[in-house]
Design a protein around this ligand. Structure first.
Ligand code: FES
Length: 183
């Protein structure tokens, strides 16, 4: 083999490897968004509560007729791409009768920093055990020294078919004077 043909074949080999490398890089770059998309699609943590609106919480007869608030868990179906989790707790509400078939629903989460408030029947008040915010029966701030920036979060509630209690359950950002839903 003479020098000229040897140099030519080296150049051809270099070209071949350059093209192969470019094709490989192109393929890898093309796969990145596809893999990222699949990861998002199959991520089991991307579960969402299948709420989309009101959730049946309890029956009207389970809410004390004397106007004393009672705490109820809020259960919802959660789904991801692989599984469906029926009746998973997503929060809790205090329900109180304000009339024969009229109710008030308050989220149990304290708007200061997110602790669960207790109802104290002897005082007719809600108390947050974390930093002592107190709230009236209607959910308004009771003691002005309470660190909570707003009252307890009222939720939409309705009685359906004369006996089922449905609540539009939402959580709201803690530490804010405004009521901003958590996405
Ligand atoms: S979390 Fe309720 S007062 Fe701080």
């Amino acid at each position: 083999m003479n020098n000229a043909s040897s140099a030519g074949s080296k150049t051809a080999r270099r070209d071949f490897f350059k093209k192969a490398l470019a094709a490989m890089i192109g393929t890898i770059l093309g796969l990145v968004p596809a893999v990222a998309g699949l990861t998002v699609f199959f991520d089991p943590l991307r579960r969402k509560a299948a709420t989309g609106g009101a959730i049946r919480v309890t029956t009207l007869e389970a809410v004390p007729a004397d106007g004393v608030p009672r705490k109820f868990p809020v259960l919802a179906t959660r789904v991801d791409v692989w599984n469906k989790f029926s009746e998973t707790p997503i929060g809790a509400v205090y329900l109180r009768r304000t009339g024969d078939d009229k109710l008030q629903a308050l989220n149990v989460v304290c708007p200061h920093a997110g602790c669960f408030v207790d109802f104290l029947p002897e005082r007719g008040r809600f108390l947050c055990p974390c930093h002592n915010s107190t709230f009236t029966l209607a959910g308004r701030i009771d003691d002005p020294a309470s660190p909570a920036p707003r009252g307890l979060d009222a939720l939409e509630v309705e009685v359906r078919a004369g006996k089922e209690v449905w609540v539009k359950f939402r959580n709201f950002q803690a530490g804010r004077a405004e009521k901003i839903p958590v996405a």
